[in-house]
Design a protein around this ligand. Structure first.
Ligand code: ATP
Ligand code: MG
Length: 430
């Protein structure tokens, strides 16, 4: 239907446009319609005495957010949005919208996030909301491009799996014929297996599922993870890739999405500078201990409150490095000279964690020991352990949360704003 119909930002002259009725103003002898599509807004000016009878009949019947098709002449009009107006010859109602609307698309009324998510299709008609997803699309594009240019192979690993990545309880069980199965919490084990398969550099952008009963502004039960794994690399090497990727992604968004950034009124968008600071775990907890009441000692997880005070102190993206082995997964490589700490890191935005990664254990014996030390049964990891017996290269990698990356990049207050149809404890529809 769009061809040969034009977008609502046509040139001067005859135009044939389709879009939604954004706003109506009736001043008696003169009516103004604002027609909207993804390119912008066009004013349709209707001098009631000068337009055909059919146009008058249609504008009497039409409601906001109906789809209409309007033909007529476009002229310069300084005061109108986009500096032009259309006086119609025809005004056709293509599909009438019911009233009242579940959501005010013209944004004059503040709306709760829940109401917005319930009517997400209408919410996303709002330019400032759509802008988030244009930017997300651009960010995903440049990241895919980055990996291809650097020689990474894109892979797709199963989301229906038989075993937990880390043996946690945070898994969604699913009915899989007569077997026990789960939704995968991370592609970790599979991307490591691809190192044994000789792919050397792999990446995957895909869903991860966490059955965590969180009720926070940064946790989802279905998230999008950007994962890499690289052979013959250590943790330092993949940290450099990570910071370079983050900077390049910000730069691309900055260069290509200025209209969308303006739409969101994103005032604190700044391209971060590499290299990011490297903060050892012990120094991180010292900063936290000075500023928060709850005691924190070596081997404790860094709480959300601690994350905030450390983030305030750091003021920009930074890495926390040299984590206690006791609080990192069995596949993180311990330091040879001090196995109480390991070659794991987190990439932090001042507001929250964005990524976790590590150099991995590639020695079969050490891996079996580490699995057992975590109280897990190595036998249930046989499919994963097998490749480590037949020539596994040393390797390192990370997983980066795409939703949190967009949230922090755009200063959104809730991760759900960065996701079209978020999944949380209370939301499974739409
Ligand atoms: P957190 O401690 O903040 O809950 P995590 O350490 O459990 O995160 P990882 O398993 O390290 O998360 O996953 C790597 C990255 O994937 C995280 O840094 C985050 O960006 C993203 N991620 C993980 N779980 C979630 C989730 N439930 N919702 C949104 N993003 C997530
Ligand atoms: Mg983590």
């Amino acid at each position: 239907m769009r061809i040969p119909i034009q977008s609502v930002t046509p040139d001067i002259g005859h135009a044939d446009v389709c879009g939604w009725v954004h706003e109506v103003r009736d001043l008696g002898g003169l009516a103004f319609f604002l027609i909207r599509d993804r390119t912008g807004i066009l004013q349709v000016t209707i001098p009631k005495k000068k337009v055909p009878e059919a146009v008058l009949a249609a504008i009497k019947r039409v409601s906001r957010e109906s789809v209409v098709r309007v033909t007529g002449t476009v002229k310069v009009m300084e005061k109108a949005p986009g500096g032009r107006e259309l006086v119609p010859d025809t005004f056709e109602i293509v599909n009438l919208a019911e009233t009242p609307l579940p959501l005010d698309v013209s944004e004059k009324v503040g709306v709760e996030l829940d109401t917005r998510l319930d009517a997400r299709f209408l919410d996303v008609r709002r330019p400032r909301v759509a802008a988030v997803f244009h930017i997300r699309s651009a960010a995903m594009h440049v990241m895919n491009d980055y990996f291809h240019k650097k020689g990474f192979i894109g892979i797709t690993t199963p989301k229906i799996v038989a075993a937990a990545t880390e043996g946690g309880t945070e898994l969604f069980p699913i009915a899989y014929f007569d077997k026990e199965a789960f939704l995968n919490q991370s592609p970790q084990l599979y991307k490591q297996m691809m190192m044994a398969a000789g792919f050397e550099k792999v990446y995957e952008i895909g869903p991860i599922f966490r059955a965590e009963e969180h009720n926070t502004t940064k946790h989802l039960n279905e998230a999008t993870s950007i994962d890499i794994e690289v052979s013959y690399a250590d943790h330092l090497e993949v940290m450099r890739i990570l910071e370079d990727l983050i900077v390049k992604t910000y730069e691309y968004v900055n260069a290509t999405c200025s209209d969308h950034l303006a739409n969101i009124e994103c005032t604190n968008f700044t391209v971060p500078k590499a290299p990011f600071a490297r903060l050892p775990y012990t120094e991180a907890i010292e900063i936290a201990a000075k500023k928060i009441a709850e005691p924190i000692k070596f081997g404790d997880d860094i709480s959300a409150a601690a994350e905030h005070v450390i983030g305030d102190e750091m003021g920009a993206h930074y890495f926390i490095v040299d984590w206690p082995s006791s609080i990192r997964p069995y596949y993180a490589m311990p330091y040879e000279d001090d196995p109480t700490i390991c070659k794991a890191f987190d990439l932090m935005h001042p507001r929250m964690e964005l990524s976790s990664g590590a150099q991995r254990v590639h020695q079969h014996n050490l891996l079996v020991q580490q699995i057992a030390k975590k109280g897990l049964n190595p036998e249930s990891f046989e499919f994963y352990l097998k490749p480590f017996r037949y020539g596994m290269p040393p390797h390192a990698g990370w997983g980066l949360g795409a939703d949190r990356l967009i949230m922090t990049m755009l200063g959104l207050s809730n991760v759900r704003e960065a996701v079209l149809f978020p999944r949380d404890m209370h939301r499974l529809v739409p």
